[in-house]
Design a protein around this ligand. Sequence first.
Ligand code: NAD
Ligand code: UGA
Length: 477
Amino acid sequence: MIPSINNICCIGAGYVGGPTMSVIAEKCPEITVNVVDINANRIDLWNSKDLNNLPIYEPGLAKIIKNCRGKNLHFSTNVEKEIKNADMIFISVNTPTKTKGIGAGKASDLKWVEVCAREVAKYATGHTIVVEKSTLPVKTAEVIKNILENSNEKQEENNSTFDVLSNPEFLAEGSAINDLLDPDRVLIGGESNIAIMALHNVYRNWVANEKILHTNIWSSELAKLTANAFLAQRISSINSIGAICEATGADVREVARAIGTDSRIGSKFLDSGPGFGGSCFKKDILNLVYLSNYFGLREVANFWEGVVQLNSWHQHRISELIVKKLFGTITGKKISILGFSFKANTNDTRESAAITICRDLIEEGAILKIHDPKVNKYQIEDDLNLEEHSHLLSKDNFKIQRDGAWIFSEDIMDSFEEVDAVVVLTEWFEYSKLNWEIISKKMRKPGWVFDARSIISAKDVINSGLKLWRIGDGSID
Ligand code: NAD
Ligand code: UGA
C-alpha cells in the first residue's frame, strides 16, 4: 500500500530547502513540514517577524511564509527531533566543489550529505523515505543507502528501514516560487514504486500527473547534471558568438533572434551577458567533467570543461576591454558598478560575474562604487575579500588613493558622481529606467557606459553625450 505522507523533514534551509518546503506547505495543508538547519542564524532569519529579513530574497516567498509559518511550516535547529518524527526526509544541503584531496576543483564535496545520512540513520524510526533534493553525482543514492543501512550509529530499537529516491530540483533563483508552483516537470527516480508513488502523491496536490516523470535513480541524478550542463552550454555558445559579433559588426541580439525562431533551437537562454554565475552551473559541469574522467571518457570531459573555460575567458575579456577603452589605464579612476548579484531578483552572489570583473578592475587600480538593490556591503566584502574603503567618501582621500578599492553605494544616483565609466553587470529592472541625461552631467568626460546586459537604451546613452559599449554589439563603436 502506498503510505500517505503526514510529516516531512527537510535538512537544509537554503535557497532550495526554504522555498521548496514553503510551496509544499502551502499546497499540502494536511502535511506538517519541518525545515531544519545547523546554521542557527539562518533559522532565526527564517523565523523573523519582519518578512523583509528572510535569509533569501525571492519574489512571492514572503507571502507564502506569512500564510504557512507557525501553522504547518516550521523552521528550527532541532535536527534530531524532526528526523525522528518524519515519514519523508528531504536532503537539501550544499554540495560545493571539493577544494582539496582527490578530485579537488572538480568533484562535488559530499561531506554534508554524508553527515545528513548518518544523522538520519541514527535518529529515524520506522519506515522513512529519504529524498535526495541536493544535486549529486551519479550513484550517490547507493552511498546514502549504504550508510542508512549499515551505519554503526543506527539504533536497533528504532526498527528503521529506508527507501532512497532522487528528486532533483530545477528551480531558478529569482523565479523560484513560480518554478515550484508551475514546474515544467517533476523528476522522481527510484527503485521502489511504492516510495515513488508516495512522493508523486505529494506533488499531485498541485502538479498535473503527466508532468511528474518517473525514471530509474541513476537517470534522475544524471538528468539534473545534464540539464544544467545544457543550459550553461547555451550561454557559453551565445557569449562566444557575441565576441565574434563585436569583431565583425554583427549584433548578437539579432543573431539570437534569428536562430531562436528555429523551433529546434528555441528562443530561451540566448541572452548574451557577462558570463553565467550562480552556485550550480560551474559546480555541476565540473562534476560532470570529473565523472567523465573517472569513467575514462577524456574527450567528453574536455568537451564540457570547455563550457566553463569559455565562461571564465569571457568575464576577463570584459574587464580587459573596459581598461582598453579607458585609454589603457584605470589606476585611480572611479567606476560605477551597477549590480553585484549573479542575476536579477536574487540577493545571491555565488559565482557572480561581478566578483571576477570587480576583482580585475580593482587589481588594475580602479576605485569602484558598487550598487545593488539586494546585496549588502558585508556580502560584497566577503566576495571581494577586501574591506570597503568608506574613508574614500571624502573627496580629498580619493586623490591620495593609489591602490584599487571599492565603496558601497547606498544611493544609486550618488554612485555616478565624478566617475569615468558606468558598468551594468546585473539586469535589475531599475537600471533599465535610468535617466542618462542627468547621469551624464555627473560623470567625468569622456564618460563611458559598458552595458553587459543590454538593458539600457543605447539611444538615450548616446544622446546624452556618453560613449557606449554593449555586449555583443559590433554595430556601435
Ligand atoms: P545553501 O548553501 O543555500 O543551503 C544549504 C543549507 O544546508 C545551509 O543552510 C547549511 O547550513 C545546511 N546544512 C549543511 N549541512 C547540514 C546538516 N548536516 N544538517 C543541517 N543543515 C545542514 O544551498 P542551496 O543553494 O539551497 O543548494 C542546495 C542543493 O540544491 C545543492 O546541491 C545545489 O546544487 C542544489 N540546487 C540549488 C539550486 C539553487 O538555485 N540554489 C537549484 C537547484 C538545485
Ligand atoms: C539554474 C537553472 O536555470 C535551474 O534550472 C537550476 O535548478 C539551477 O541553476 C541550479 O541547479 O542551481 P539559476 O542558476 O538560479 O538556475 O539561474 P539561471 O536563470 O539559470 O541563470 C544562471 C546564470 O546564467 C546567471 O548568471 C544568468 O544571468 C545567466 N544567463 C541566463 C545568461 O547570461 N543568459 C541567459 O540567457 C540566461
